[in-house]
Design a binder for this molecule. Structure first.
Ligand code: PLP
Ligand code: ZN
Length: 418
């Protein structure tokens, strides 16, 4: 059963059949999946949802597939909880974390988009999938594509973190490390995609892929007890996640699942690659591409595909944007770990650091509900932490050696609960 009417141009509104189409032939605008919401209303109810498995496929009617899910059966429905300790440090009353750092199977929110994209690719009859990636997408296409039995071509910039490279290679796809920036990788992939009949998840089947990100927003609302928060701080690379969180809340409102909370969306980027943040701050009409230089490699897209729409979604919501320096990113990763026990990657550091600044500036009020989008896992980006966390306490294998150390440690460390 499909609820997809077809594809619709985001600019001129022209309609297309549900096919492998990603730009409007008339105006070159990007196209988006269009649903039959009247049909969806009949089966997609809170009561029906309550009986469904806790995965992203519980929102099946609002995802662009025709048949049954082929991969990612355990993806989605990641933890969501109130972050009391971090909230206290940031001086806010109601802070929540949506934690995709423990996403199944590859520890980032990309498992959402890839589950949807690979299912759609298989429906289209592709046996080969590919992607241009800053790391996490590579990992997810590698892993879920292995599970689905698909041939995989993974294109990455050659300077990625070791953890991201190993986390692709283990699944034995063809990994191609391109000597260039992500934007150069992406341009090359557009050329390759035009020549070979492969499903490039974030290029020729991007309209379907991107819909997977909506589940991040649905889950926030459902896990808050079918309520939208007042503020959501979101890391941006290509800018797709922001636009799809906005779409998810619009859909839930339209379907009567939540009431309008006037949710404001905030874009977070690294100062070394902040084309979307700059556009929002300057209220500019076009996104000016930049050359990335930051430790937040998963967000290092200098020419973001959805930059324009991300900017629009943020400004329409009444939100804002902020960036964080590499030092601020590492400090924020440590802060999140030491308050909430979550080891996030550099992108999560960007979110926490940007949120902190927005709160301190008074842009996000201290007494309203705030959600931080934590989208990736720190085990994959250990390089920026090397030589910054100190070393383990080294002792001889004797009780006396331990107790000598213990005196110093006890004096220095007080439990927070005391
Ligand atoms: C890809 C990615 C993002 C941003 O996604 P876009 O939809 O491209 O803006 C955020 N966080 C992490 C960890 C990512 O890998
Ligand atoms: Zn058009």
């Amino acid at each position: 059963m499909s609820y997809v009417l077809g594809l619709k141009c985001r600019e001129c509104g022209r309609l297309y059949p549900k096919d492998v189409i990603f730009v409007c032939e008339y105006c070159f605008g990007s196209v988006e999946v269009d649903y039959d919401y009247d049909a969806i209303r009949k089966t997609f109810t809170k009561a029906a949802l309550a009986t469904r498995p806790k995965s992203l496929w519980r929102y099946r009617e609002l995802l662009p597939i025709d048949g049954e899910p082929r991969v990612g059966h355990a993806s989605g429905f990641t933890p969501f909880f109130k972050a009391e300790a971090l909230g206290k440090v940031l001086g806010v009353r109601e802070l929540y974390i949506k934690d995709d750092s423990v996403s199944h199977p590859t520890l980032s929110f990309k498992d959402r988009v890839v589950s949807v994209a690979l299912t759609k690719a298989m429906e289209f009859g592709f046996d080969t999938v590919a992607c241009a990636s800053t790391g996490n997408l590579a990992n997810s296409v590698s892993a879920l594509g292995a599970r689905a039995g698909l041939r995989r071509f993974i294109f990455i910039p050659a300077d990625l973190e070791a953890g991201k490279v190993v986390s692709s290679l283990i699944y034995k796809p063809t990994v191609v490390a391109v000597e260039g920036t992500y934007d150069e990788v992406n341009r090359l992939c557009a050329e390759i995609g035009a020549k070979y009949n492969w499903a490039f998840v974030n290029i020729n089947i991007r309209p379907y892929y991107a819909e997977g990100s909506k589940t991040y927003g649905y889950e926030i609302a459902e896990q808050l007890g079918w309520r939208a928060p007042q503020h959501i701080v979101i890391p941006a690379a290509g800018g797709s996640l922001i636009t799809k969180i906005a779409k998810s809340l619009k859909e839930l409102k339209m379907l009567g699942f939540i009431s309008d909370a006037g949710t404001r969306l905030y874009a977070a980027q690294a100062t070394g690659c902040a084309p979307i943040v700059t556009t929002i701050k300057e209220r500019a009409d076009i996104v000016r591409p930049v050359k990335p230089n930051t430790i937040a490699k998963s967000l290092a897209i200098g020419n973001p595909a959805d930059g324009y729409y991300a900017t629009k979604a943020v400004l329409e919501s009444g939100g804002a944007a902020e960036s964080a320096s590499d030092d601020e990113i590492v400090e924020a990763m440590q802060l999140l770990a030491q308050t909430e026990g979550i080891f996030t990657e550099t992108a999560g550091g960007v979110t926490v650091a940007a949120a902190r600044k927005l709160i301190e500036q008074g842009v996000i009020p201290r007494d309203e509900s705030i959600v931080l989008a934590i989208t990736g896992n720190g085990l994959k980006t250990q390089e920026p932490l090397m030589n910054r966390l100190g070393a383990p306490t080294r002792i001889k294998p004797t009780l006396s050696s331990f107790e000598q150390q213990l005196q110093e440690t006890l004096a220095a460390c007080q439990p927070r609960s005391a």
